[in-house]
Design a protein around this ligand. Structure first.
Ligand code: HEC
Length: 163
């Protein structure tokens, strides 16, 4: 019994060390390690839940798309990250709303729907329009897509990728 507990504790310590070594091996500069996350609803929850095993620098400097983030969240769950359903929703909304990128020419309708907060039908319309147009080259092309709010496109500009 006691032995089993010692084993579990040791395993936990090992996982924490392994994760921090991984972060170290990636050579994240000290400044980036301390970089804050963008302001937004839910940031405090993310900061609290996602710091247990590695630095928050794992989150900020990346161009993960909406889909990548949904997958990453599942991956963290499989690594043992624990939160209530409500907290996971907050984490997902924060990462999608304030951190995730979108590849305008590759994103699925689901990704458009989540990032632009539009319904499925409108998002499907954006994808059909993209196919008809042969893709989007610029932010202005994207603004012409039916169902997308120009102001929201502008607000997201820094996280839209056109390659
Ligand atoms: C139980 C421990 C644990 C918690 C809690 C945790 N992670 Fe992780 N995370 C890991 C481990 C271990 C890795 C390293 C594995 C790897 O690099 O693929 C990792 C890697 C990552 C990566 C890099 C993945 C990649 O593909 O390179 C991201 C991004 C990430 N975590 C985000 C988060 C977010 C967001 C949260 C909060 C919701 C979180 N993590 C909470 C254990 C955890």
């Amino acid at each position: 019994m006691t032995r089993a507990i010692v084993y579990v504790v040791a395993l936990g310590a090992f996982a924490a060390v392994a994760a921090s070594e991984l972060a170290h091996a990636r050579g994240a500069p000290a400044a980036a390690r301390q970089a804050g996350l963008p302001d937004g609803e839910g940031r405090a929850v993310v900061e609290k839940l996602c710091i247990t095993c590695h630095g928050l620098d794992y989150i900020a400097p990346s161009q993960r798309t909406v889909r990548n983030w949904l997958e990453t969240i599942e991956l963290m769950k499989s690594f043992g990250a624990e939160a209530t359903d409500e907290q996971w929703k907050t984490v997902t909304d924060y990462l999608v709303g304030y951190v995730a990128y979108l590849q305008a020419n590759k994103a699925t309708a689901d990704e458009f729907a989540m990032l632009f907060r539009i319904d499925d039908k409108a998002a499907q319309g954006v994808v059909s329009y993209r196919e008809k147009q042969g893709g989007f080259k610029t932010v202005d092309d994207l603004k012409k897509a039916p169902g997308l709010d120009g102001a929201r496109v502008d607000a997201l500009q820094a996280r839209l990728l056109f390659d």
